[in-house]
Design a protein around this ligand. Structure first.
Ligand code: NAP
Length: 318
């Protein structure tokens, strides 16, 4: 009997230790006000993006929910207005899988909104398929769409400085690689179309997020705009929706038990968007509301520079 009790107590202790120690995100403690500031959060119809938008709205910011689905985006804006008591939360259409849509969003935003203080590049997919412009989905949505968006909004961010660009990457960037020959020949980060390829493309697109932030910081040196990339923690969300049903069923109990909720996942995003004093760390990578060492492929400045130049060509910026 006592052995059984010990076993149960041990299991509970291990669960709590793993949950709090490894998976549960740290908290963003910033308690200032964002009144008079404007933020954009991409992919804020649900998951980490919606929780981030709520965190910004609760602190008084005007928040633009940049989402691909009008129905989901407007429902999220309604929820956030209700929960935060902040009426300055609006939906604006943005489909990152279409460069035309990114340009249209930027044009509408610049024409209708006088300020931009915080840009959160959050939207992400791990799904197969191609974007409207023929890019692999993860490359197109996670990296190229955000690359173009940020560049089109950079002048406004500069004018409103001190301002920030926060890009939600992932720990999985460590498994990514950028094959420039493949990028040129296939407009993709991987050679195949299988579920495994989608996963690898996701990891590589997250590496692109880290490299993008690194090179952006170099280019912004001497301005009042700073930028950061981050891992939000392991978060229970819809990200794995394109995985096979069997894989989803297998992962579900694990995710339910150990992963943080979306609010927990928004904490490092909010930390990077709000925490004073991290400006000298522009271009660096965060996790659990603290600076972290980026994986080896994310430290290659030559690759970061080349990726920037290739991305400029692919998005029609050069
Ligand atoms: N969950 C995790 O454990 C984890 C770990 C590391 C990093 N991340 C990163 O965290 C970010 C948020 O992910 P999440 O976990 O919150 O996943 P999620 O619940 O699936 O949210 C992703 C968001 O991106 C939006 N989106 C997808 N394709 C889009 C497009 N073409 N244009 C505009 N928006 C689009 C989705 O909109 P719809 O609702 O219309 O599909 C949704 O709002 C991603 O960048 C992901 O890579 C997540």
């Amino acid at each position: 009997m006592s052995a059984l009790l010990c076993l149960v107590a041990g299991a509970v202790f291990t669960y709590v230790a793993v949950y709090y120690g490894l998976f549960r995100a740290a908290r963003c403690s910033w308690s200032g006000t964002l009144s008079g500031k404007t933020a954009i959060v991409t992919g804020s119809s649900g998951g980490i993006g919606k929780a981030t938008a709520l965190g910004l709205a609760q602190r008084g910011a005007r928040v633009v929910l940049a989402c691909r689905s009008q129905e989901k985006g407007e429902a999220a804006a309604f929820d956030i207005r209700q929960e935060s008591g902040n009426n300055q939360v609006v939906f604006m259409h943005l489909d990152l899988s279409s460069l035309k849509s990114v340009r249209r969003f930027a044009q509408t935003f610049l024409q209708t909104e006088p300020r931009l203080d915080i840009l959160v590049n959050n939207a992400g997919v791990m799904s197969p398929g191609r974007t409207e412009d023929g890019f692999g989905m993860a490359l197109g949505v996670n990296h190229l769409g955000h690359f173009l968006l940020t560049n089109l909004l950079l002048e406004r961010l500069r004018r409103c400085g001190p301002s920030r660009v926060v890009t939600v990457a992932a720990l999985l960037h460590r498994l990514g690689r950028v094959d420039f020959a493949l990028l040129a020949s296939r407009k993709d980060l991987v050679p195949g179309e299988s579920t495994w390829s989608s996963f690898r493309a996701y990891c590589s697109s997250k590496l692109c997020n880290v490299l993008f932030s690194r090179e952006l910081a170099n280019r912004l040196e001497g301005t009042a705009v700073t930028c950061y990339s981050l891992h939000p923690g392991l978060v229970y969300s819809d990200l794995g929706r394109s995985l096979s049903v069997w894989l989803q069923l297998l992962l579900l109990p694990l995710a339910k038990l150990f992963f943080a909720d979306a609010e927990g996942g928004s904490q490092t995003v909010l930390h990077c968007a709000l925490r004073e004093g991290i400006e000298p760390l522009s271009g660096r990578y965060f996790s659990s509301c603290a600076l972290q060492q980026v994986g080896a492929p994310g430290r290659d400045d030559a690759v970061a520079k080349k990726l920037w130049e290739v991305s400029e060509r692919l998005t029609g910026l050069s």
